[in-house]
Design a binder for this molecule. Sequence first.
Ligand SMILES: [Zn+2]
Length: 273
Amino acid sequence: MEMKVHYLNCGTMQPRLARFLAPDLASIPCLCLLVETAEQLVLVDTGFGTGDMEDLRRTGHVNLVLKTVQDQERTAVRQIERMGFRREDVGHIVCTHLDRDHAGGLPDFPGARVHVLKAEQEAALNPADFAAKERYRRHHFAHGPRWVLHDTVSQDAWFGMDCIRELPGLPPEILLVPLPGHTRGHCGVALETEDGWLLHCGDAYYMKIELGEDEKVPRSVRLFSRSAYTDRAGALLQHERLKKLLRESGDEISLVASHDPSDYERLSGEKLA
Ligand SMILES: [Zn+2]
């Protein structure tokens, strides 16, 4: 089936002092994919929503450091409307995970079915401590999303990786690739496009350089990445799995991550401010 993929940045973060301390992270996108299938629109992650942009305090204390740029026009719903679609055209949302900067737009699409790993939905709806309440924002789920929960790995692996195929209501070219570590139920979303396979890795890595074999990862990127792990060993294991995937199938699969400025600029052709 033919699928057209649009690359949207649904929220730019400009961490405090990053311009001086970590220039690589001075402007960070929230990369979401808008997929046009034959029947409907599918959104992969939502970035920040209109409610967040109205009052950024709703995105948690961490925003004092991470500093989202307040801009309603950046939200997925506004970008989709500018493209000539309606919010109702988005039939499904597939979430890599439910952190504040990935699930903030869910309330803007109350009719969409929301695919996520079961472990992630449980963690998000029952935040165990302050850190979990910071990352999972209650008001992102208060409208009662139409959850479609996944936890059964398919028999057929995807390029040697466990995956979940045949998501109800979605074409077989879209599947989930569990990558737990950043959060409990974090997963990648694989899409077979006309240009080959694309794996949206969410926050499994922040910058491609982390997946390099011998390049030195800037300290700032390492610190930023570590500060957000739920399970450090798990997150590092995913790095190794993704490196292997790149080594063995890198010419067939293109990897993108939510917050990698260079991924976003290359794919969208847009320069980050
Ligand atoms: Zn994130």
